[in-house]
Write a protein that binds this ligand. Structure first.
Ligand SMILES: NC(=O)c1ccc[n+]([C@@H]2O[C@H](COP(=O)([O-])OP(=O)(O)OC[C@H]3O[C@@H](n4cnc5c(N)ncnc54)[C@H](O)[C@@H]3O)[C@@H](O)[C@H]2O)c1
Ligand SMILES: [Zn+2]
Length: 358
């Protein structure tokens, strides 16, 4: 595994028999032109897919396999995944299974994919009835991940914030300096070259964890911070019919599904509250994080009426150890996570009440 900048791209690509580029419609418009001076990339075969999580499925993977076969890709070819987490996850899976595994390189174009999905070896697609997120996949590491912060210039603010929540999560796990620097950061500067160093630090932190536990058996579970509550909120918002607060006035409102990182931000606040209650995390961390959430992400779009449904979703999480309790990663202090913490539904309810009253 290695990381590269664009300057090394030609040398890197010269190792392969042929080059294939997978991207989505939005990224093809905003990011492909950045590589027009890279002949090996500009002349590569390209497949442009429709954008969005709803296309991260087996039908699209089949389309990718068909394309690779029709264009005579071999195990010595390379597939470049140019896009956000959807393209990196799905392209990685298609490459890892094509002819029992062809090479692939990720060029993440969202902040979330840069700091999270673009590296770490988890590939896959959503699958099943009802659909299970990342229900099918394999561990497969990209040959390289290339970071180009200027690609973020076209990324909508909402997507920047989504990735930023994962960076904050890394900061909370890493230590006080990393965390408080992120809280002070001017978010308008995130696509500027100087911010590249912060992205690099965030990735390095994640990779240090992944290298010690590549297949998610122990230490890597610290990266679930914020995700027990976050995933439940994400799932609830995706199924509006279950959101109680919407039932009465649904017609007049916009869709409320939120990008993954927004739900992680709400989850971080709720789990910081639980960490204060159960593991002694300083109350000032909970209030700083809550203020950052309110100022940048707004209040969580749920009410007390949604708590039962959220708790039910958390109780079905496959990571739970004991029946009836919910397993979370919590913090004793910034930089001191504890995994496998059993939390009762009543304690979760209290944390959700805190979140909803903000
Ligand atoms: N493998 C992992 O470890 C891991 C970790 C976290 C998340 N994920 C996965 O990542 C996915 C979410 O990733 P995401 O948030 O990047 O979503 P995404 O890939 O859907 O991208 C979000 C939107 O931004 C657009 N976009 C991407 N880059 C752009 C750019 N530079 N300029 C303008 N528009 C751009 C895309 O077309 C898309 O519409 C989920 O499927 C999640 O499961 C995987
Ligand atoms: Zn996440």
């Amino acid at each position: 595994m290695e990381t590269n900048t664009q300057h090394d791209l030609s040398a890197l690509l010269s190792r392969y028999e042929s080059v294939f580029v997978l991207t989505d419609e939005q990224v093809a418009n905003s990011c492909l032109p950045v590589f027009s001076n890279q002949p090996s990339m500009a002349n590569a075969k390209k497949l442009v897919l429709p954008a969005g999580e709803q296309h991260k499925n087996i039908q699209t993977v089949q389309r990718i396999w068909d394309w690779l076969q029709a264009e005579h890709a071999t195990r010595h070819s390379v597939l470049i995944n140019l896009g956000g987490g959807v393209i990196c996850d799905m392209g990685g899976f298609a490459a890892a299974t094509y002819m029992r595994g062809m090479h692939f390189i990720n060029i993440p174009t969202t902040l979330l994919a840069m700091v999270d999905a673009g590296q770490g070896g988890k590939t896959g697609i959503d699958y099943g009835t009802p659909v299970i997120k990342n229900g099918i996949g394999v561990f497969a590491e990209a040959d390289a991940t290339i970071y180009e912060p200027q690609l973020l210039q076209s990324l909508p603010a909402e997507q920047i914030l989504s990735g930023y929540a994962e960076m904050l999560k890394h900061g909370l796990l890493q230590g006080e300096q990393a965390f408080y620097e992120l809280l002070e950061q001017d978010l308008r500067e995130v696509s500027k070259p100087a911010f590249g160093e912060k992205i690099r630090q965030s990735v390095a932190f994640k990779m240090a964890i992944v290298e010690q536990d590549p297949t998610d058996k122990g230490l890597r579970q610290i990266l679930n911070l914020g995700h027990t509550v976050g995933h439940a909120i994400e799932a609830l918002l995706l199924d509006e019919s279950k959101v109680e607060s919407r039932k009465s006035k649904a017609e007049s409102q916009q869709p409320i599904a939120k990008p993954h990182g927004y739900c992680v931000m709400y989850g971080l606040v709720a789990e910081a509250y639980l960490s204060h209650m159960l593991c002694g995390l300083d109350a000032s961390v909970v209030s700083r994080l809550s203020r950052f959430m309110l100022e940048n992400y707004g209040a969580a779009p749920i009410t007390c009426k949604d708590h039962d449904a959220l708790i039910e979703l958390m109780q079905h999480d496959k990571k739970n150890k004991e029946q009836g309790t919910i397993t979370c990663t919590l913090l004793k202090s910034i930089g001191q996570p504890v995994t496998g913490q059993s939390v009762t539904p009543q304690q979760i309810r209290e944390a959700l009440e805190y979140l909803c009253n903000l």
